[in-house]
Design a protein around this ligand. Structure first.
Ligand code: CU
Length: 229
């Protein structure tokens, strides 16, 4: 604990496990972040983020120097703990502070029939300190209005040195297994992201390498993909 206090004093901005910055989190209690679901934030927000159907980024503020990350979604106005849709299977993130999951990386399953005005909740899960899970949720309303390029950029920032990698046998981000190994570092180029950025793909299971290349620091690539819609 003394070590934590010392680090907290030196690095006050990165002492909070992780924050879900965009879409805006329901709330945040650092001491309760390990409680499923939603880090014990069980009251639906009265201030939902308008989330474009065509795609939007997820902006995180990472307090750890590396983390396994997984993204889920639950449909409905107050879905409780029913996070039965996997938007992004577990992957490895490295580097503290700003980390943006580009819109193109999110894998909306086919057949959801998402429409304007539909409500949902996104839950981002990371591994804990070091195991168990950490949970942050954001309540959203899907909208047919796209983000402008400027708005997208303002919600998709990556700090220097942040990178992602695929995991073999990734399991769940809140799992206790430690045998997952990084297999591929994503290239910083977003040049292969156009296909992944269409946002309506049907891929399930392990994230494809193309997907990883797509959201690795890929604001530029994702924007190219959005423009192609
Ligand atoms: Cu932590």
């Amino acid at each position: 604990m003394k070590t934590q206090l010392l680090l907290g004093a030196l690095l006050p901005l990165v002492s909070a496990h992780f924050n879900l910055v965009y879409p805006v989190a329901r709330g945040f209690d650092e001491d309760q972040l390990g409680q499923f679901p939603c880090g014990s934030q069980n009251t639906v927000s009265s201030n939902r983020t308008q989330f474009p159907i065509t795609g939007a980024p997820i902006q995180l503020l990472m307090g750890h120097t590396s983390a396994k990350v997984e993204v889920f979604m639950a449909l409905g106005n107050d879905p409780g703990s029913n996070f039965n849709i996997t938007l992004l299977p577990t992957f490895q993130e490295r580097g503290p502070q700003n980390f943006c999951i580009g819109a193109g990386a999110l894998q909306f399953p086919a057949g959801l029939n998402i429409t304007d005005g539909m409500n949902a909740t996104i839950q981002v899960v990371t591994n804990g300190d070091p195991s168990g899970g950490l949970y942050n949720c954001a309540d959203i309303t899907f909208t047919s209005t796209q983000l402008s390029t400027a708005d997208y950029s303002s919600h998709c920032q990556n700090s220097t040195g942040v990178s992602v990698a695929a995991l073999s046998n990734a399991g769940f981000a809140n799992g206790t297994s430690s045998d997952a190994t990084a297999s591929t570092s994503a290239a910083p180029s977003g040049s292969t992201s156009a296909a992944a950025a269409t946002g309506s793909g049907t891929s399930t299971g392990a994230a494809s390498q193309a997907t990883f290349a797509g959201f690795a620091l890929g604001a530029m690539g994702v924007l190219a993909g959005m423009a192609a819609l």
